[in-house]
Design a protein around this ligand. Structure first.
Ligand SMILES: CSC[C@H]1O[C@H](OP(=O)(O)O)[C@H](O)[C@@H]1O
Ligand SMILES: Nc1ncnc2[nH]cnc12
Length: 311
């Protein structure tokens, strides 16, 4: 996909409803033809990488590399606000986000997939985490951080791939730690005691921002190690990459199968995230009184929701 980047057009004329955010070891998806490489600017800066538009059976899909094209961005340096805002500005309403995770449970073995349904926030407040600040306040609901409809699609696709050795755990709690160092053994045991299933450094603030932007968002996680609570080897980058490489074929197939399903339903309420429509806008509009609103902050919100302040 990246080979053609210099020759691809930098514009695309149609809305793109579906996006994939690729994480560690997932920098491309097979079987999709790149048709554009977009450089998008947002009020929150530039995204992690150009956004590639891939086409499959006539349906466009946006692809963004979370850590940059060369994995040059540490988890706390990922410009998550720019990433989510840029995707929304292209018409994206559904995001499938891929993540390499450590396992906190014996039964979640390296190379197993997990579709989490909960998050515990162990980031340290150093990452910008909201669109609604600086003179426009908003509080969105985040009780269930992922999208159950998308989770169901992933489950169905993984079930069809059981014969290829794909094991998927439906549900589970992802602990999102700050990093970039891995956890101490005491922390790892504590996360297990808290009920954590898996651990990464990327679920937040991405999932929170997706909710603020009224996007349907689901993470697909692949275990690349047992975190250091386990009595086998302690996790390091080589181990993560070894398992990622070993299972990259299945990871790409699973993401591809999920995209195939979503493409079939590109105009459905689920893919267009109709169930989230208006939720953040309602949370913002009634909080800050007109006389307290900052025009610059209002303009930024307008980038996410064109026409926001007119109604
Ligand atoms: C290379 S191990 C730690 C790194 O891997 C995960 O990345 P991603 O979620 O983007 O796949 C994890 O969150 C850390 O950022
Ligand atoms: N053990 C681990 N801790 C945090 N992030 C990870 N990503 C992959 N493995 C991880």
């Amino acid at each position: 996909m990246l080979r053609n980047m210099t020759t691809l057009p930098d514009h695309f004329g149609k809305p793109v409803p579906i996006a994939v955010i690729g994480g560690t070891g997932l920098s491309k998806i097979d079987g999709y033809t790149p048709v554009a490489a977009l450089t998008v600017t947002t009020p929150w800066g530039a995204p992690s990488s150009p956004i590639y538009i891939l086409e499959h059976a006539g349906v466009p899909i946006a692809f963004l590399a979370r850590h940059g094209l060369h994995h040059q961005l540490a988890p706390h340096e990922v410009p998550a606000r720019a990433n989510i805002a840029a995707l929304r500005s292209l018409g994206v309403r559904t995001v499938i986000a891929f993540s390499a995770v450590g396992s906190l449970r014996e039964e979640i073995k390296p190379m197993d997939f997990v579709v989490p349904d909960q998050i515990i926030d162990r980031t340290k407040g150093v990452r910008p985490f909201t669109f609604f600040e600086g003179g426009v306040v908003g509080h969105v609901g985040f009780a269930d951080p992922f999208d159950p409809g998308l989770a169901g699609v992933v489950q169905k696709c993984a079930a069809a791939m059981r014969g290829d050795g794909v094991v998927l755990h439906q549900g589970g709690t992802v602990v999102c730690m700050e990093g970039p160092q891995f956890s101490t053994r005491a922390e790892s045991h504590m996360y297990r005691a808290w009920g954590g299933s898996i651990i990464n450094m990327s679920a937040l603030p991405e999932a929170k921002l997706a909710r603020e932007a009224e996007l349907a968002y689901q993470m697909i996680c692949m275990a690349t190690d047992y975190d250091c609570w386990h009595t086998t080897e302690d996790v390091d980058v080589a181990m993560v990459m070894k398992y990622m490489d070993a299972n990259s074929k299945n990871a790409k197939h699973l993401v591809g199968a999920v995209l195939d399903e979503l493409c079939k339903e590109e105009h459905s309420d689920m893919v267009l995230a109709k169930h989230w429509e208006g939720s953040a806008q309602g949370a913002v509009k009634f909080m800050t009184k007109p006389e307290g609103r900052n025009p610059e902050a209002m303009k930024r919100v307008e980038f996410l929701f064109p026409g926001f302040w007119k109604n």
